[in-house]
Ligand binder design. Sequence first.
Ligand code: ARG
Length: 280
Amino acid sequence: MKKAIGIILVLATVIACCFAFAACNKETTGIEDGVLNVATNCYFEPFEYLDESGNPTGIDMDIAAALAKELGLTCKIKDMAFDSVVGSVASGQQDIAMAGLTVTNERKQSVDFTQTYFSSSQVVIAKNGSAILDVVAASDSEEDINSAIASIEAALKGKRIGVQNGTTGYAYVSGDSDDYEGIGATAVGYESGVLAVQALKNGTVDYVIIDAVPASKLVAAIEGIAASTVVLTGEDYAFAVKKGNTELLNKINKAMDKLIADGTIETIFSKYGLSSGLGE
Ligand code: ARG
């Protein structure tokens, strides 16, 4: 009898440990079993935007699907305001932020970044004929680029600049605690780049500042505006997971290595007319 109780106790302990282990495992990889929950903001063509049927599409969305497949997970996209994306991952409501997201020191305080997958920069959008568009770097030398940046920043001083809420464009204009000094201009925040451009067209703001590739999409789609060729910042995009979730971080990095090596990432970029610059 005693022996039987002993065996039952040992079994119960083993089973309890298994459950504890499974619970731990689940917590560190994702918020929902079998699902990769992705936070994004679908107003950032070509990285994420809504197709004609209102479904999220774009480079990041294709990468999300490829990563989920690689990890044996179902991909669930949550489209939200951009300034909620990082917080939703930091607070554990979503697993991963995939949103043309620039790696910044400020964000590193609340999330961990995967390897980077694209280089980007802020650029100015102005009304056609605006003098700021005449400023170009005389060559690719650092000196000429810096002098063009200085001229642009002088022209932006004291102006009202439309930016998307929560972006590095916003931080570049107004300054933040870790990454940007600010340029002495007023940032006027909008929910999307398109709304910022509308404000530019109706004269509410003097310029718009946004990432270069989305800027080229906006300029192609909306009449009367053009993008400056002067690159104001050097930024890298990466995905972000909850701080300390190294298990998911490692899985994503490993899956990315594989998708870069087998050409999947480059195929996705070229589908949208771009090159990732990875894998050469
Ligand atoms: N790269 C900029 C940032 O990280 C802008 C990203 C905006 N992304 C978006 N999906 N709306 O702040």
